[in-house]
Design a protein around this ligand. Structure first.
Ligand SMILES: [Zn+2]
Length: 126
């Protein structure tokens, strides 16, 4: 995939499909996890066939909450989460929407890229 010429919506669709390919045990394969001060996982980063992909959970009251309840216990929650390649075009916002039980959070794409580049395994938010 050529990030520079792929529209963001198409890029996210490809990223979602690539994360699904990793299967239900993917959390064990995360190269980076982002945690809030209460140790909730706010985001996880995976290496996929579409490149490095970030998956963020959405906080309480965030978009997709109602959809999530409709998903069965064994269903995949990915469709209600924000999934995107970590790499994006220079024209896009640095902020990635995320959240946990503590509330919504905005993550910096650049910070996550730096963390992956330096082989950090965990980013703790303050
Ligand atoms: Zn939290």
């Amino acid at each position: 995939m050529d990030i520079a010429t792929t529209p963001p919506t198409e890029r996210r669709r490809i990223a979602l499909a690539a994360v699904k390919e990793l299967g239900p045990q993917r959390t064990e394969q995360a190269v980076l996890k982002v945690r809030c001060p209460a140790s909730h996982t706010v985001a996880a980063v995976y290496k996929t066939s579409a490149g490095t992909v970030v998956v963020t959970a959405s906080g309480p009251g965030g978009r997709g909450n109602r959809d999530r309840e409709a998903v069965g216990h064994h269903g995949d929650k990915l469709d209600s989460q924000f999934v995107d390649t970590l790499e994006a075009t220079q024209f896009e916002d640095d902020a990635i929407p995320g959240g946990c039980a503590c509330g919504p959070r905005s993550l910096s794409r650049k910070k996550l890229q730096d963390a992956v580049a330096t082989h950090a395994h965990v980013v703790n938010l303050t």
